[in-house]
Design a protein around this ligand. Structure first.
Ligand SMILES: Cc1cc2nc3c(=O)[nH]c(=O)nc-3n(C[C@H](O)[C@H](O)[C@H](O)COP(=O)(O)OP(=O)(O)OC[C@H]3O[C@@H](n4cnc5c(N)ncnc54)[C@H](O)[C@@H]3O)c2cc1C
Length: 368
């Protein structure tokens, strides 16, 4: 797999320009994808690097410190791979995981205009079409990376019933009936692209449905979201590290009142809080990796905890970093200005702060 020094060289000073343009270079995404870096936990037998969750987490943090838009692409590619690994049959795993580690790009679509926090409200349908086909109908929204994706893992209701049966289907973005429309001017992670995806009676072979479908919707969500939460949490560790780096550098070098800013105790307090936040977020992410790697019963809750702690600390630290850098950090291209906008998104996605709190409270109450 590509190493972090190579990633640094490939990324260079691109993130500020990508953020301003609202686009990532597709050639870079395909190169990173072909190296396996976008979904590093895919095992070697499927063509991936076979990284453990901790190594993948640290890689995600490294990319997250450089560019949250690029890290967002890692997250959705990794969710797609995790979903294929968990629900795909042997042939689907062989085919799709090889694609995801050879430069093809994927996105994942859960959210709909009327089903955000409450995914049980989704209305996208995956219905049988003849003996060996399916037809997919619905509208997804805020699908990260869909503008670059070769295919999208679409979650929907299986068939026409009202039950909890769901399905995940691999929808090529060039299939007739698929249209992808990026949201204009998002607040953060601007270059990742977040898209409305219309699925107008999209006809696909039945083999596009992972594992034949009929999985409980909550199982589909939990599997995909657990990977997503871990990835976002590590991405937030990256934001914290980038903010800490920029803040300590500025506080040591900018002189006001005859001394460096770092010698003003109210500024030093911001640094102390940021350092504490980075250490706490790293530890809670490491703990979640251990739980996931050991298949612990509380692994899904550990992922929620990691995402919640890392996202809330990153949002606060990014605001503090802008505070310390003041006018020097108050332009769109600056690393702390991007962090300030990007970190806010982390409190909304993969389960908002409020939804995460509900899950954590339910867990604590059940174990009291
Ligand atoms: C940058 C970004 C990237 C995204 N990427 C993807 C993606 O790749 N794929 C995808 O499928 N989706 C994606 N989303 C969508 C994201 O998952 C949803 O925005 C998120 O689930 C919240 O849904 P919503 O925006 O509809 O807000 P709502 O669900 O309408 O919530 C609005 C507010 O009410 C609160 N709230 C809602 N229900 C409750 C409750 N029961 N109790 C307490 N508070 C509640 C929420 O916490 C929030 O503060 C992305 C969103 C963003 C902003």
């Amino acid at each position: 797999m590509i190493d972090t020094a190579e990633i640094d060289a490939l990324v260079g000073d691109g993130p500020a320009q990508w953020d301003a343009a609202g686009r990532l270079p597709v050639a870079l995404l395909r190169k990173l994808g072909a190296s396996g870096a976008l979904c590093a936990e895919v095992p070697a037998r499927f063509g991936g690097p076979g990284a453990g969750s901790l190594a993948n987490g640290e890689l995600t943090a490294h990319v997250g410190a450089l560019c949250s838009s690029l890290r967002s692409i890692m997250t959705v590619q990794g969710i797609a791979a995790a979903t294929v690994r968990r629900f795909g049959d042997r042939e689907q795993r062989r085919r799709h995981l090889a694609e995801l580690t050879s430069g093809r790009l994927a996105a994942v679509a859960f959210s709909e205009p009327d089903a955000g926090s409450d995914l049980s409200g989704m209305t996208t349908r995956i219905r049988p079409d003849g003996a060996d086909g399916v037809v997919v109908t619905g509208t997804k929204t805020w699908t990260t990376g869909a503008a670059y994706a070769d295919w999208i893992v679409v979650l929907g209701l299986n068939g026409d019933g009202d039950g909890v049966d769901g399905a995940a289907v691999v929808v090529p973005t060039d299939a007739p009936g698929v249209s992808v429309e990026p949201v204009t001017a998002p607040l953060g992670c601007r270059a990742a692209t977040h898209c409305r995806v219309h699925l107008a009676d999209v006809r696909l072979p039945a083999t596009a449905v992972l594992g034949g479908g009929r999985q409980p919707l909550p199982l589909l969500f939990t599997t995909a979201l657990t990977y997503g939460r871990m990835s976002v949490a590590w991405g937030c560790v990256g934001i914290l590290r980038a903010c800490l780096r920029a803040t300590t550098h500025h506080a040591n070098n900018r002189v006001q009142g005859g001394v460096p800013l770092s010698q003003h105790q109210l500024v030093a307090r911001h640094v102390a809080e940021m350092y504490t936040a980075e250490r706490i977020a790293t530890q809670v992410c490491r703990h979640a990796c251990e739980q996931v790697d050991h298949g612990a019963p509380d692994a899904a809750v550990a992922a929620v905890l990691a995402k919640q702690v890392a996202a809330t600390h990153a949002a606060r630290a990014a605001a503090d970093a802008v505070q310390v850098l003041a006018s020097r950090g108050f332009t769109d291209g600056h690393v702390v200005a991007r962090a300030y906008r990007d970190a806010k998104a982390m409190e909304l996605i993969e389960g908002s702060t409020e939804i995460s709190q509900l899950i954590l409270a339910e867990h604590a109450l059940a174990n009291a």
